[in-house]
Design a binder for this molecule. Structure first.
Ligand code: 6CS
Length: 383
């Protein structure tokens, strides 16, 4: 699906998905003709997105390493199915690679909902990147939970800060009261927004624009690049920057496929995945910055609100009970993973790492966030 294309109506898409599954299920990665082997890589995002940049670079590097013996086909969101369906397609061997975001994957691998908790990451982007690396402890502790479900966890990477898009300003949890906010479909997200007094509404990605347009929901949450490319900004009035969570995604393949690869091909995959960590980190930084400028240019009347530290601390306080809910739902392993994440973030913050830096959240020409008055205190907000 390209950025300009309209989203398919649900029924038409369902038929398309069924057909795509049948077609793909009949394909084998090894080509009997002796031509290049085809690897299929499916995305939860459209062409031009962060995930697309990742997969296109994966394609370029793997094809080069293989000397033309492997051809990688990238399927953007909408071509094969919803996030849940892509995970299924990897599981049944119809495709070889996919992105699987914890916001949806949490239904299959509850442990991954760790990344849906609020205020667990550092405010320093470089620290978060370091903590999520394939060589890190968190990756090592999370990978066995993917294995249990038949998947190899290739990479965990951040796609930027989550931003609330709303029709009214939000500065404290009470501002969420009764607000229907669309969330991804993992159950912990319902708890995360109920903790603020909102009415969370889980929906697949493709249905968000029309739900906003038809006012079935009042707001949604996604990183800036996605708000721009999915045109959510057209049907919203406010962008609320709370730095409450990073959008974290994972790249997966099937364990059976991965284990069955000849050592040389497995090495090509592993080397490429390793190189893409820094690559995609830079891409998401750039896209989130550029797209904020683009939203402002296309819709100058949109208002941006960046919460002050004091305002953030009220949300942080309200979010803490959801950590307990996570541990309760996931059990001892969840407690271990949460402890590891918090410990790793603290340790990385303490290290003078060259990549650790705090980027200004709002790009140039942004209205001074902390200078923005609370709507209850003053009558006008701008941005
Ligand atoms: O909100 C969602 O459902 C989607 N958002 C992004 C940025 N990527 C994939 C995910 O499915």
């Amino acid at each position: 699906m390209t950025r300009k294309e309209k989203l398919l109506p649900a029924a038409k898409r369902a038929v398309g998905l069924a057909l795509a599954s049948i077609v793909l299920a009949g394909c084998r990665p090894e080509q009997p003709s002796g031509g290049p082997v085809e690897w299929k890589f499916a995305l939860e995002e459209i062409s031009g997105s962060v995930q697309d940049a990742y997969a296109q670079e994966f394609r370029r590097r793997v094809e080069k390493r293989s000397g033309g013996t492997i051809r990688v086909t990238v399927y953007p969101y909408g071509a094969l199915g919803t996030s849940d369906q892509l995970t299924e397609l990897v599981g049944n061997g119809a495709i070889q690679f996919a992105m699987a975001s914890p916001g949806h994957l949490g239904k299959v691998i509850p442990e991954t909902q760790l990344f849906l908790l609020h205020f667990v990451f550092s405010e320093e982007d470089g620290v978060n990147q370091a903590v999520l690396r394939r060589s890190g402890r968190l990756h090592a502790e999370l990978a066995p939970f993917y294995r249990r479900k038949g998947f190899e966890l290739l990479s965990i990477y951040p796609e930027g800060w989550q931003v609330w898009t709303t029709r009214k300003p939000v500065r404290e949890p009470a501002d969420f009261a009764g607000m229907k906010i669309r969330v991804m479909t993992s159950p912990l997200l319902l708890e995360a927004y109920r903790a603020y007094g909102a009415s969370p509404t889980p929906l697949p990605y493709a249905e968000v624009y029309s739900a906003l347009q038809l006012r079935m929901i009042d707001g949604q949450v996604n990183p800036v690049f996605a708000i721009e490319e999915m045109r959510f900004y057209e049907v919203t009035d406010y962008l609320i920057f709370a730095r409450h969570a990073q959008f974290v995604t994972t790249a997966i393949t099937s364990a059976r496929f991965f284990d069955g690869l000849p050592p040389e091909r497995r090495r090509w995959v592993e080397e490429t995945i390793g190189e893409l960590e820094d690559y995609v980190f830079d891409v998401q930084n750039r896209l989130n910055d550029e797209r904020l400028r683009s939203i402002r240019a296309k819709k100058p009347e949109i208002r941006t609100v960046e919460l002050s530290e004091e305002e953030r601390s009220r949300f942080r306080e309200a979010s803490l009970s959801v950590r307990e809910e996570y541990v309760e739902r996931v059990g001892e392993s969840g407690k271990g993973l949460l402890d590891t994440l918090l410990r790793e973030v603290r340790a990385a913050e303490a290290r003078p790492a060259p990549t650790a830096f705090r980027r200004p959240l709002l790009v140039e020409n942004a209205p001074s966030a902390s200078a923005m008055p609370h709507p209850r205190a003053q009558s006008s907000t701008s941005g």
